[in-house]
Design a protein around this ligand. Structure first.
Ligand SMILES: *[C@@H]1O[C@H](CO)[C@@H](O)[C@H](O)[C@H]1NC(C)=O
Ligand SMILES: *[C@@H]1O[C@H](CO)[C@@H](O)[C@H](O)[C@H]1NC(C)=O
Ligand SMILES: *[C@@H]1O[C@H](CO)[C@@H](O)[C@H](O)[C@H]1NC(C)=O
Length: 382
């Protein structure tokens, strides 16, 4: 058994030395892989099973801190994806998530997997625009125990004394394209009640294009998930908050997600920010489970042309009967697209809904139902 474990370590050592000799080889691999990487596949959300047993030996020999997975080591080097291990106990490449992100070169053009071992990482993380193709991967058995947690709120000040505002308060910010994540919890620990000022506190902001989140958890209170810009796919995720807790102007599909309200009295789930009529953006919730506490609105018209659709969802008895809110501007009633299709549960009862919300027909709802809503055929291979 010891021999078995030893052989991969030797292979790894050789590769480590090869790569350690010069960055030119790394860059070559990178360049060759380039045009292959303009999509996200399940492979981008996985690390090999025994990454944990390998990491200690590889890290010692490899100055670049790239850990080459066994599967890739046996395959063509052009396909080698790289894994950086984050372990707060100090046995990985970095003790912080940001430390791992910092190891990725600017203009990176090949998938880099940041494997995060269980633990609470108390830090604010930014993946800059210049670093695409990054994966955050947790161990699927420990999604709830692998937490990136911070507690900035909108009224907090930056080092120069300026207010952070809602936009800059997120615990984790993803600015780059082709990001994906699985089995990670993104958290902001600030709690807010409706009407409290400056308590907006995002756990995650995503402004990069073409991102996938699979079985991640996003926990917060007011303004939990800033789904700001780009096309995004949230699949089997858990998203929690009370006021406008999914907001922004992205075009996103939330499929098979758990949407949990923690509102004590009232709040709102979605606040979509489409403000220009021909903006190709919107939130589509498909086959989601909507429950928790409240009463909450399904959506509020943050933008004049806000667009939010719920289809085939189970909606528990937590919805304010009118369902939708015009943000105090009746002009928006004729401009927004707010609607429901084939939802079940006591909260799905449409009898009390505002008349300017829509009950979709099967034909009308079609463009919102699948990954084609986010042009998935162009960037998802699942
Ligand atoms: C995930 O955790 C399980 C249970 O502790 C462990 O057996 C497995 O090797 C881990 N997976 C990875 C990729 O580290
Ligand atoms: C290399 O990558 C290509 C494109 O993703 C894939 O089709 C192929 O199966 C990979 N080869 C190996 C050996 O992993
Ligand atoms: C929204 O519409 C109102 C009038 O209906 C207009 O005054 C306002 O400028 C619009 N907002 C944006 C961001 O376009």
């Amino acid at each position: 058994m010891k021999v078995k474990a030893f052989i991969p370590a030797v292979i790894l050592l050789c590769f480590g030395v090869l790569l350690g000799l010069g960055t030119s080889r790394l860059l070559q691999i990178t360049d060759e892989g380039k045009e292959l990487r303009n999509y996200i596949s399940w492979e981008d959300l996985r690390v090999v099973e025994d990454v944990e047993t390998k990491r200690s030996s590889s890290i010692k020999v490899n100055n670049n801190n790239w850990l080459i997975s066994n599967a890739n080591a046996n395959a063509k080097a052009t396909n080698a994806s790289r894994v950086i291990v984050v372990d707060k106990k100090g046995r990985g490449d970095s003790v912080t998530v940001q430390g791992a992100v910092d190891m990725v070169p600017d203009s990176n053009s090949q998938r880099v997997k940041i494997f995060i071992l269980p633990g609470i990482y108390r830090e604010k993380v930014i993946v800059p625009r210049t670093k695409p193709y990054i994966s955050f991967i947790g161990n699927e058995s420990y999604a709830a125990e692998t937490v990136i947690s911070w507690s900035d709120k909108a009224s907090d000040r930056d080092s120069k004394g300026g207010e952070l505002g809602t936009y800059r308060c997120a615990s984790v910010t993803i600015e780059s394209d082709f990001f994906c994540a699985t089995a990670i919890t993104f958290e902001n620990t600030v709690t807010a009640e409706p009407g409290e000022l400056g308590k907006q506190a995002a756990a995650l902001r995503i402004t990069g294009d073409k991102a996938m989140f699979y079985r991640v958890r996003v926990l917060g209170s007011q303004d939990t998930l800033n789904d700001a810009t780009g096309s995004h796919y949230f699949y089997q995720c858990y998203i929690q908050g009370n006021v406008d807790f999914i907001f922004g102007n992205a075009k996103s599909l939330y499929q098979d997600c758990d949407i949990r309200s923690i509102a004590k009295r009232y709040g709102a789930i979605a606040a979509h920010h489409r403000s220009i009529e021909n903006d190709d953006t919107g939130f589509s919730f498909v086959n989601c489970d909507i429950s928790g506490s409240g009463k909450v609105f399904l959506g509020r018209a943050w933008g004049n042309f806000s667009r939010t659709v719920y289809s085939n969802c189970f909606i528990d008895d937590i919805i304010i009967p009118v369902g939708w809110n015009d943000w105090g501007d009746p002009d928006r009633q004729s401009k927004v697209l707010f609607g429901e299709y084939n939802c079940k549960g006591r909260g799905a009862e449409r009898r009390g809904r505002v008349p300017w919300s829509k009950s979709f027909t099967q034909d009308e709802v079609k463009p919102f139902l699948g990954r084609e809503f986010i042009y998935g055929d162009q960037w998802l291979r699942l």
